[in-house]
Design a protein around this ligand. Sequence first.
Ligand SMILES: NC(=O)c1ccc[n+]([C@@H]2O[C@H](COP(=O)([O-])OP(=O)(O)OC[C@H]3O[C@@H](n4cnc5c(N)ncnc54)[C@H](O)[C@@H]3O)[C@@H](O)[C@H]2O)c1
Length: 339
Amino acid sequence: MLSIEACGVAVLGIGRAGMVHARNFVESVPMAKLVAVYDVEKERVEAAAGELGVKGYTDLEKVLGDPTIDAVVVAAPTFAHRDLVVAAAKEKKAILCEKPLTLTPEEAEDMRRAVEENGVVFVMGFMRRYDASFMRAKELLENGEIGDPLIIRSVGKGPSLPPRWAWDVKKSNGVLGEVNSHDFDTVYWLMGSEYSWVYARGKNMRCGDLREEFPDFYDHAVVMFELENGSMGTVEGACPSEYGYDARVEIQGTKGVIFIGDIAEHGVTVCSKGKGAARPLVQSWRTLFREAYIREDRHLIECLTGGAKPRTTVEDGVRALKVVRAANRSLSTGEAVYL
Ligand SMILES: NC(=O)c1ccc[n+]([C@@H]2O[C@H](COP(=O)([O-])OP(=O)(O)OC[C@H]3O[C@@H](n4cnc5c(N)ncnc54)[C@H](O)[C@@H]3O)[C@@H](O)[C@H]2O)c1
């Protein structure tokens, strides 16, 4: 365990998600200090390092060799996660890896081995598990408020297209990997059971202009599944949804139902003549899960300095990855896939 002052953090991959974590470590994680950012794009490094007032690296060996860095956040595109996690583990850095864990089970195994052999802290970036509403729902389920959970419906939709690299299903596992990994993880966590089988349908319904260059690309998907405890459910994914960022869950149990999430940005409703009642919709995961990201980043430091056990693990990443790949297989074969 490290002393609290000693906790230096670097963010590897300083795009959309990387900047969320980097700003958190500057503003909202008092036991840690953002020391550096690293990216393969020099301009991004210069811009981020300038804004945040930290060191900027474009050389992986140099950033991981920096003795002032104790922990890294891996926020590069999914296809780069394995190499970054393995290299960071070898340098004995604690790691928070953005979801999804990676692209293939073989890569996941390399990551698991590197983390285990080097004995480093590893936190899987499933930030929904650090969200106050999700945590409250989990507590209510555990207290038996709705009896035994029977059916779950989980919706995960983003308003706009993801970055270009994610349009190639081989580099991202598609919307089911990029967006719905979260749903697959929280379904397991909330329902307390492994997946038995999945059946998926998915299509490119909005982005005809991407069809030629990315024939596998799909922007809408529905996955039906059964869990080993006999409960059932669906995950709905879409990117772009156009209307906003939508992450809602409904769990029906033997004694009641739990609803998680809201599509409105806040509780204020404006009513005016001719316009009806209006509530602005949530537009980004950055807003909806702002506090959850901070809690997740703080958790990395608690694990490193206070000996806390990671709440989200490599195994959680592996499970979600297996479900994503099974659903993608079902989507292309038209058949249910048993896990
Ligand atoms: N938790 C969430 O809800 C959430 C939200 C958004 C993104 N993510 C995840 O975060 C990761 C990054 O997504 P993003 O939307 O920020 O992407 P992005 O394209 O906005 O940013 C990725 C950054 O990584 C850099 N990069 C590319 N290859 C690299 C490499 N080999 N090493 C280091 N940096 C490299 C790029 O130059 C870019 O700056 C993805 O795995 C994505 O799934 C998670």
